[in-house]
Design a protein around this ligand. Structure first.
Ligand code: PRE
Length: 414
């Protein structure tokens, strides 16, 4: 058999390259390799050959992308000018005076985008892009201020950015009560607080605040929670003996910690961003927190997605003073107090069944005053302006000691 005739020559397909061709009499033998392997093996000193036609094709595609980007830019500017006109109409008429931010309209825009999306980007990816465009358009109309449960780097900050986009002006608060107070005082337009986690259950502190507050729920955000183990540049990886995190995050990673760091001390702190702050400068400790915390505090992720349940997610509420009109796919939250008597819960739930209203959550909290014996937090599908929801609510009001509507708001889109 003759030696290799050609080396590194023609491309067989997108992913396979012929690197050698042998000739044996009249037969040819091709030696092929997977392009991605060879690309990994080859150093920069020996890059794959670029033909003149490849270069030409690349340059033409880049010209096309430049042209498309110009058109997208023009269209975004046109959209932003439209939003400015919307603001003028809002200001000069009595339509939504003072309410530049319209959660129901934003939900409709995003749902529309997802419905019309033909790929190849996913619906979520496409909606995320438009989320940012709308955030910038709203900032042109009137910059929006939002308080969230901080410090910077928490999952609540992540939820805040997911819902309002990067153009919102955000303010980190130390406690859930402070988020409520900040919105009540009018120093911010909205607040973002956690309300329930799929693994650890309800955030009681948030529900308790609603009992004594007149704030409304204006929206909800759902966030997939991925926990990561992170270290600082001074950490000795082999000597980690202390792991900091928020108690809920420690609980969400219990099995992983038992298997991987059974002897490390688990230290509960006020938030996972606080945990990330603490490992800075400690050679024997690590933190469990979200990716945003690793970015914010410049930590290195040692192990990612360490939560015990892969479907771990948290729901957050947007609180404000605004009543939100129906968006077409909404939820309504109420808090109801019942007298302490047999069959109280049955009596409370019956009207929802009769009027075919779908309940998505029922939570009981101990009453914080003598007037309310049982306090139930109820979430249902539908808007309070829907006939079925209104009828069920009327019936419930006649049976309960007190009913307070916490708000109707669009179901989470992303
Ligand atoms: O439709 C409006 O009311 C607008 O102000 C426009 C717009 C948008 O960019 O689409 C901007 C902000 C609102 O929160 C909702 C939508």
């Amino acid at each position: 058999m003759a030696g290799p005739l050609l080396v590194n020559t023609p491309v067989l397909s997108q992913s396979m390259w012929i690197v050698e061709i042998y000739m044996d009499g009249t037969d040819y033998f091709l030696v092929t390799v997977d392009r991605f392997n060879i690309e990994a093996i080859m150093s920069d000193k020996n890059p794959p050959p670029e033909s003149a036609s490849d270069k030409e094709a690349l340059s033409q595609l880049r010209d096309q992308i430049d042209g498309i980007d110009r058109r997208i830019g023009e269209l975004i500017s046109e959209r932003a000018r439209c939003a400015q006109q919307v603001a003028e109409v809002k200001q000069s008429s009595n339509i939504g005076v003072g309410t530049f931010y319209r959660p129901e309209r934003e939900a409709q825009v995003l749902r529309n985008i997802m419905e019309k999306n033909a790929g190849p980007l996913t619906d979520e990816e496409m909606a995320r892009l438009f989320r940012e465009i709308m955030s910038a358009c709203l900032a042109l109309e009137k910059p929006i201020k939002v308080a969230y449960l901080g410090p910077e780097g928490t999952f609540t900050q992540q939820a805040c950015l997911k819902h309002f986009g990067q153009s919102a002006v955000t303010k980190a608060m130390a406690f859930i009560d402070e988020v409520f107070r900040e919105v009540e005082a009018g120093s911010v337009n909205f607040g973002v607080v956690p309300v329930e986690n799929s693994t650890e259950g309800v955030v009681n502190h948030t529900l308790d605040n609603f009992m004594f507050s007149n704030l409304k729920i204006c929206g909800e955000v759902e966030l997939r929670i991925h926990q990561n183990l992170m270290i600082s540049e001074v950490t000795n990886v082999g000597a980690i003996s202390r792991i900091y995190s928020h108690p809920q995050s420690l609980a969400q990673c219990r099995k992983w910690l038992d298997a991987n760091y059974p002897n490390a001390e688990r230290v509960a702190v006020s938030s996972n961003a606080e945990a990330a702050k603490r490992v800075k400068g400690e050679w024997n400790s690590a933190a469990i927190a979200g990716e945003l915390a690793a970015q914010r505090y410049e930590l290195q992720i040692l192990a990612e997605k360490i939560e015990d349940r892969p479907d771990n997610s948290t729901r957050f509420l947007i609180i404000g003073t605004q009543e939100v009109p129906a968006s077409g796919k909404d939820k309504t939250s109420i808090v109801v107090s019942m007298r302490n008597e047999p069959g109280a819960l049955h009596n409370l739930l019956q009207p929802f069944r009769e009027h075919n209203v779908d309940l998505t959550r029922v939570e009981t909290r101990p009453s914080q005053s003598g007037v309310w014996n049982y306090v139930f937090f109820i979430d249902m599908n539908g808007h309070q302006s829907d006939d079925t929801v209104a009828a069920a609510m009327e019936e419930v009001s006649s049976r309960a000691s007190e009913v307070k509507v916490l708000g109707s708001y669009p179901c989470a889109v992303l």
